[in-house]
Design a protein around this ligand. Structure first.
Ligand code: Z5A
Length: 242
């Protein structure tokens, strides 16, 4: 069976509108490339042909019931995990996903007000053990975030929501971060681009170093254990007293 350390790592990027995910993605890629780590860059909703078709429906529909929106997010996520994320991690590649399951807690839970327990059940059934190893949350006051994207010629169905919706999204993201401090890192996305970039690079470099350290330690321990195994052709003798 594949050991936990041979697998790749799943890094997810989250944040509200105008938080600067595009710039952040570039910083993450730069650090991984400098460290010689092979990775797959993907996004949610989307990441496979079928999941991208669901994305078009999600963002382009005139109206969707909140529960329909939630179920479609998880339907596209299942395709994504099964066809892209799991195979890549199993092959030892790292995966960077522009949004993942925390976005469902934030937008459908916080924003739309869907009961958190239902989202937790879907999370367990659909995502299960395929949870992120590191989640970067670009935290920003929605007023500032929305001002940054005001010039965009076209906005999608979710982007057209009101400020109060995005305030709730922000609070729900922060709640996720409090519940999972082991994998969340919060970055103040209201800072200048170069400051945000610097923070992301530091977090990523620390994470890469810690992961490589774990892998070396694991290799060392397996070598050590192997050297204590009896040679294959020499069966261990009967237990004492026989
Ligand atoms: N969604 C959901 O509801 N539930 C789920 O489970 C999932 C998703 C997975 C699509 O996501 C929608 O799906 C999203 C959540 C929902 N809905 N909304 N709204 P998306 O990730 O594809 O869409 P997005 O949120 O609109 O992301 P984006 O546009 O790609 O990223 P961004 O962070 O908002 O934008 P940006 O292009 O990186 O930056 C915006 C502008 O700010 C740009 O002009 C930058 O130059 C500028 N910027 C960036 N950083 C700075 C700093 N530091 N200072 C000044 N200006 C800056």
């Amino acid at each position: 069976m594949q050991s936990r350390t041979d697998r790749g790592r799943l890094i997810t990027l989250e944040g509200g509108e105008g938080a600067g995910k595009t710039t952040a993605l570039k910083s993450i890629q730069t650090v991984l490339e400098e460290a010689g780590i092979r990775y797959v860059l993907t996004r949610e909703p989307g990441g496979t042909a079928e999941a991208e078709a669901i994305r078009d429906l999600l963002l382009g529909a005139e109206h969707l019931e909140p529960i329909t929106e939630l179920l479609l997010m998880f339907a596209s996520r299942r395709e994504h995990i099964n066809k892209v994320i799991e195979p890549a991690l199993a092959a030892g590649l790292w995966v960077i996903s522009d949004r993942y399951v925390d976005a469902s807690y934030a937008y459908q839970g916080g924003g739309r007000g869907i009961d958190r327990h239902l989202i937790e059940q879907l999370d367990q059934a659909v995502v299960g053990p395929c949870q992120a190893d590191l989640t970067l949350l670009l935290d920003i006051d929605p007023k500032l975030g929305m001002a940054r994207i005001r010039h965009r010629p076209r906005t999608d169905r979710i982007e057209n929501e009101q400020l109060a919706f995005f305030e709730r999204v922000r609070q729900a993201y922060r709640q996720q971060a409090r519940q999972h401090p082991e994998r969340f890192r919060i970055i103040d996305a209201s800072q200048a681009k170069n400051r945000v970039r610097g923070e992301i690079e530091t977090i990523l470099k620390d994470f890469v170093t810690a992961t490589q350290h774990q892998q070396h330690q694991h290799q060392h321990e397996s070598r050590h254990t192997d050297s204590h195994q009896p040679p294959i052709d020499k069966k261990p003798g009967p237990p004492d007293g026989h």
